[in-house]
Write a protein that binds this ligand. Structure first.
Ligand SMILES: [Zn+2]
Length: 409
């Protein structure tokens, strides 16, 4: 190990900060970090032999987890700049996955990644419309029920951390498209479960959502937005025990109702956002169709009231996939979740402990002994004012402080 490596992994202690541990706020505890992990939470820790980070007036949070993204290029560097220490990739192609994984494993100036690899869809089905924009060429697809298990086993063999399936007949955006049948979806889910993996589903309309729930999906990676919530659908989602990643920033953009301009032009964020991503944040799609941000928000609020676990996710992808950018959009999503009725603490849990628990990442998502020291220090208290999450003082991945003035790429 080089001298630089030793120095950057040197033990340190954060003193004087309020600590949000992933579920609740703790006052008066110091957080000791050793060997890239949280070593202890103690009152009045001795600072002898350790670097001390004065957290007075600030809150220490677990690094944020964005539960729905599609990282390419510089995405994981941009994410980490905004305190997102892990991205869950919900659709990619194998060569891109290998590249992002290798870099994230080797470097502490990039967010970490877990991935579905390529999601199960049909020829011409969502997201085939992004071939030429996000994907260079046709990706593997499922031809029918007899082909579904083969598709999933190939994803397992290439190292998928979970399996994604896409059920989207185009209802929400008014662009009819072919999609998986329920029979095929059931086989995809069952094969994922046989392999010990979660199966999570893309659906944006109520009917497609109900089909995903009937197929046995463990999680829904969007809320539906073609209809307002109704009691029966909410109850079915709750009774099935599935979690939901609303992705309000993307649903709002797809409906033509929302851009990311509020965070793009925030003076705390603006200097850190490359121009292409800034332009991306300031635009949205105009698909038409019955989908609306209003429906997406009302569905999210209804699910929350019913006790359905919600996870924060953005669906940030590439420049050209409008309305979002890696990292910064998660801060906008947290605000939208609070507007849907989550307390700020619940919204922060939706971006830390809840995705860690649901996606089986026991090494992160909380500030607790033994957990990876993926940490975020922000001014003031986001548990009383969620907009403070953007007032970032420091970010650490695996106990290594990010130089936000000279980020990775
Ligand atoms: Zn997505």
């Amino acid at each position: 190990m080089s001298a630089t490596d030793r120095a950057s992994h040197a033990p340190f202690v954060v003193t004087g900060a309020r600590v949000f541990d992933g579920e609740r706020s703790l006052d008066g505890v110091d957080v000791l970090v050793e060997d890239g992990r949280v070593a202890a939470l103690v009152r009045g820790a001795g600072t002898e032999g350790r670097e001390t980070v004065d957290g007075t007036g600030a809150t220490l949070l677990p690094g944020l987890i964005d539960a729905h993204t599609h990282p390419t290029g510089d995405a994981l560097a941009l994410a980490l700049l905004f305190g997102v220490t892990t991205e869950l990739d919900m659709f990619t192609v194998p060569e891109r996955l290998g590249d992002q994984r290798t870099r994230a494993a080797a470097r502490d100036d990039l967010a970490d990644i877990r991935s579905a690899s390529t999601g199960a869809t049909v020829l011409g089905g969502h997201p085939s419309q992004l071939i030429g924009l996000s994907f260079r060429e046709q990706f593997p697809v499922v031809s029918g029920p007899a082909d579904a298990a083969r598709f999933v086993r190939e994803r397992v063999a290439e190292g998928a951390d979970f399996i994604k399936l896409l059920i989207d007949d185009g209802t929400a955006t008014g662009h009819p498209s072919p999609t998986l049948t329920e029979e095929t979806a059931r086989i995809v889910v069952a094969t994922a479960h046989e392999a010990g993996l979660l199966a999570v589903a893309h659906a944006t309309s109520r009917q497609n959502t109900l089909a995903a729930v009937r197929a046995g999906a463990d999680g829904l990676m969007h809320v539906f937005m073609d209809r307002p919530p109704d009691e029966e659908t909410t109850a079915r989602i709750r009774d099935a025990g599935v979690f939901v990643v609303p992705t309000l920033v993307t649903m709002g953009s797809m409906a033509g109702d929302l851009t990311g301009r509020s965070v793009a032009d925030d003076p705390r964020a603006r200097p850190l956002i490359p121009s292409g991503w800034h332009a991306n944040l300031c635009r949205c799609w105009q698909f038409g169709g019955p989908g609306s941000l209003r429906n997406a928000r009302d569905v999210t609020a209804a699910l929350h009231r019913a006790g359905v676990p919600l996870l924060a996710g953005t669906d940030a992808a590439d420049v050209g996939v409008l309305g979002t950018a890696h990292g910064v959009s998660l801060h906008q999503e947290l605000r939208l979740l609070v507007e849907c009725g989550l307390t700020p603490a619940e919204a922060l849990a939706a971006a830390t402990s809840v995705p860690a628990d649901r996606f089986r990442l026991p090494d992160r998502g909380r500030i607790a002994p033994g957990r990876q020291a993926d940490l975020l220090l922000v001014d003031d208290d986001p548990v009383t004012d969620i907009t403070r999450t953007l007032s970032i003082r420091e970010v650490w991945r695996r106990g290594r402080r990010l130089d936000r003035a000279a980020p990775g790429g």
